[in-house]
Design a protein around this ligand. Structure first.
Ligand code: GLN
Length: 539
C-alpha cells in the first residue's frame, strides 16, 4: 500500500488541541494495524524552537536524533509509542533556510525565487519526505497556527495543491474548530466555525471532516447546520467534547466514528475494529486509583503548564502504573526561601526539581534539594535539577558555600558544574547543545540499576553544562555517588545518595521517553517511593 496523507488544520482560536486530535487519529489508525506517523509544520520563522523561551510555545521537545522540536511531538510519541525524528517538525524558518541555500548554490538557474512556487514546492517536498521512505501507510501533517493567519498561508496553499494533485482516496483534510457556548443565550454558536471553514474554502481547501471542540453535546440540528454551510455530510461533523484527560480523546473519537470516516475516505485496508485494550487498561487505572500522593514540581515556569508538559504527562503515566493518583503541586522556585521551605514543601511525598536555564529561581531550587535531602523526602532532579543537587551537596555537606555552576557564576572558586569542553568554543546558540540520545552505563549496585533493571540505557539530553569530575572523589567520599556514566566520554549522567530513601538526579531528560504504553521506570519508581513515604508519615 502506498502512503496516504491526512492534513489537520485549525480555525477560530489556537489551543483547541490540534496536537491531541492528530495524535488520537493516528492512534486509532495504528490500533487498526496501520503504520502511521505524525509531523508538525509550524509557521513561525525560528529555524527550530530550541532558542525559544518556554513562555512562548511551552517546552522544547527533543527527539532521539537530537532535534529541538515543538511539544506536540511529545504527544505524538506518548500516544503512538514510536519515535519521531528531525524530519517530523518543520518551520517556516527551515523552509526559507533551504530555499535561500539553494538560491545561493544557483539551483534555481536564474529564476526569480518566489513564495509560489518555490516556497510552496519546498513545503510540499517536506510534507512528502516521510511518506517517501515507504515506512508508513499514513502520514498525518498538523499545520500549526490558525487558518487566516498571514504566516500560515503558504502552508494552506501547499495543502491545497496536494489535495488537487493526489487522487481523492490519498488525501484527507480534518479541520478543527470551536463551537462556543454563549451562557447568556444558553446556546451553542456555529458562526465562528462557518467563518473559519469559509476562510479555508476561500483558500481553495475543502475539509473532509470538521471536528468541533465544544463544552456541550452537539445536537443533530447543530451538526446539520455546520454540515450544510460547510459543504460536508452531517456524519462528517464530529464532536470533541471537553474530556477529563487527553487520553480519553481517542475513545471519544471512536464513538464519533472518526476512524471509520477516514478509513473510508482513504480506502485504507485496516482491521475492522481498533485494538485499544492496553489503552483502556491504562485509562481504567488512571481513573480508579487506589492510592494518592502529593508531589511538588519545583520550577520557574510553573505559571505555564505547557512548560513542563512531558514531566506532567510522565507523572500521569507513572501514577497510573502504580494505580496512584498523583497530585502535582507546582511550586515556583523563585518563591522558596530557607524560611518558608517547610511551609511550601512540608506536606509533600516527593520533590521533583525541574530542568531549566539561567539564574532566576536557582537558589530556591537549591533550598528545595536541601529540604528533600535532610527530610528524607523522595527526590528526583532532572538536568538543572540534578546539577543543583550537586551544588547543594557541595555547599552543605562538603562545606563549600560558594559552590555553583559556571552557568550562573563564571568565576566561582568551586565550579562543581562546568561547561563541557566541546561547548567552550561555541558562539552560535541554535542547535548546539548536547542534544539527543546518548548511552549510559549503570553501576551494578545502584538505585538506577534497580529501577531500570539493566546495565546499559539510552536517554535524551539537552544541556551545555556537566558535572565537574574533579569534585567526584570528595562527593563520593561524603555520600553522593555517580552511578551512571557515558561509556565514551565518562561524563557523569546520574548521581545518587545511597543513605537517602530515594535521591536521584539525572543529567538527561527521562520525561521525553515516557509513553502511555511504556511509562518511564524512573517516574514509576519515583511515584512508588512517594507512596512509601506517604505510608511512613502516616505511621
Ligand atoms: N542549563 C543547564 C545546562 O545547560 C541545564 C539544562 C536543562 O535543564 N535542560 O546544562
Amino acid at each position: 500500500m502506498h502512503t496516504k496523507y491526512i492534513f489537520v488544520t485549525g480555525g477560530v482560536t489556537s489551543s483547541l488541541g490540534k496536537g491531541i486530535i492528530s495524535a488520537s487519529t493516528a492512534k486509532l489508525l495504528q490500533a487498526r494495524g496501520l503504520r502511521v506517523t505524525i509531523q508538525k509544520f509550524d509557521p513561525y520563522i525560528n529555524v527550530d524552537p530550541g532558542t525559544l523561551n518556554p513562555y512562548e510555545h511551552g517546552e522544547c521537545y527533543v527527539t532521539e536524533d537530537g532535534a529541538e522540536t515543538d511539544l506536540d511531538l511529545g504527544h505524538y510519541e506518548r500516544f503512538l509509542n514510536v519515535y519521531t525524528s528531525r524530519a517530523n517538525n518543520v518551520t517556516t524558518g527551515k523552509i526559507y533556510e533551504s530555499v535561500i541555500k539553494k538560491e545561493r548554490e544557483g539551483v534555481y538557474l536564474g529564476k526569480t525565487v518566489q513564495v509560489i512556487p518555490h516556497i510552496t514546492d519546498e513545503i510540499k517536498r517536506r510534507m512528502m519526505l516521510l511518506g517517501k521512505t515507504g515506512h508508513y501507510d499514513v502520514v498525518i501533517t498538523e499545520i500549526g497556527g490558525t487558518v487566516g493567519d498571514i504566516e500560515s498561508l503558504p502552508f494552506v496553499e501547499a495543502v491545497r495543491q496536494m489535495q488537487w494533485e493526489l487522487p481523492d482516496e490519498d488525501c484527507a483534510v480534518i479541520h478543527l474548530t470551536l463551537i462556543p457556548f454563549l451562557s447568556a443565550a444558553k446556546e451553542l454558536k456555529t458562526k465562528p466555525t462557518q467563518h473559519s471553514v469559509r476562510m479555508l474554502q476561500q483558500n481553495g481547501l475543502q475539509p473532509d471532516v470538521i471536528v468541533c471542540r465544544t463544552e456541550h453535546h452537539l445536537s443533530l440540528e447543530i451538526r446539520r447546520k455546520v454540515a450544510l454551510f460547510c459543504n460536508i455530510k452531517p456524519n462528517e461533523v464530529i464532536e470533541s467534547i471537553d474530556a477529563k484527560s487527553i487520553y480519553q480523546v481517542p475513545l471519544a473519537m471512536v464513538e464519533e466514528k472518526l476512524d471509520e470516516i477516514i478509513i473510508q475516505k482513504l480506502q485504507l485496508k485496516a482491521a475492522a475494529e481498533p485494538d485499544l485494550r492496553e489503552w483502556t487498561q491504562f485509562l481504567d487505572k488512571l481513573f480508579n486509583p487506589k492510592h494518592e500522593v502529593h508531589i511538588a514540581l519545583v520550577g520557574k515556569y510553573v505559571e505555564l503548564q505547557d512548560a513542563y508538559k512531558s514531566i506532567l504527562e510522565s507523572l500521569i503515566h507513572g501514577g497510573a502504573a502504580n494505580e496512584c493518583k498523583v497530585n502535582v503541586h507546582c511550586v515556583h522556585s523563585e518563591h522558596i526561601t530557607p524560611e518558608n521551605v517547610t511551609e511550601k514543601l512540608g506536606g509533600m511525598n516527593g520533590i521533583l526539581v525541574a530542568p531549566g536555564f539561567g539564574e532566576r529561581g536557582i537558589e530556591g531550587k537549591i533550598t528545595a534539594v536541601q529540604y528533600a535531602r535532610e527530610q528524607a523526602i523522595p527526590f528526583f532532579g532532572i538536568c538543572l535539577g540534578m546539577q543543583m543537587a550537586v551544588v547543594e551537596f557541595a555547599r552543605h555537606v562538603l562545606g563549600h558555600p560558594e559552590a555553583m555552576t559556571t552557568e550562573i557564576n563564571r568565576n566561582t572558586p568551586c565550579p562543581v558544574i562546568d561547561l563541557m569542553e566541546d561547548q567552550k568554543r561555541l558562539t552560535i546558540k541554535g542547535g548546539t547543545m548536547r542534544l539527543g540520545a546518548y548511552k549510559c552505563m549503570l553501576d551494578k549496585h545502584s538505585l538506577a540499576h534497580k529501577i531500570y533493571a539493566r546495565t546499559e540505557i539510552s536517554e535524551r539530553h539537552r544541556h551545555r553544562y556537566e558535572m565537574n569530575s574533579d569534585y567526584l572523589p570528595a562527593l563520593q567520599q561524603h555520600g553522593m555517588v555517580a552511578t551512571g556514566r557515558n561509556p565514551e566520554t565518562g561524563l557523569v549522567e546520574i548521581v545518587e545518595i545511597p543513605a537517602h530513601p530515594f535521591f536521584i538526579g539525572v543529567q538527561f531528560h527521562p520525561e521525553l521517553k515516557s509513553t502511555v504504553e511504556n511509562p518511564h521506570p524512573l517516574f514509576v519508581s519515583f511515584v512508588k517511593a512517594a507512596m512509601e513515604q506517604w505510608l511512613t508519615v502516616k505511621k
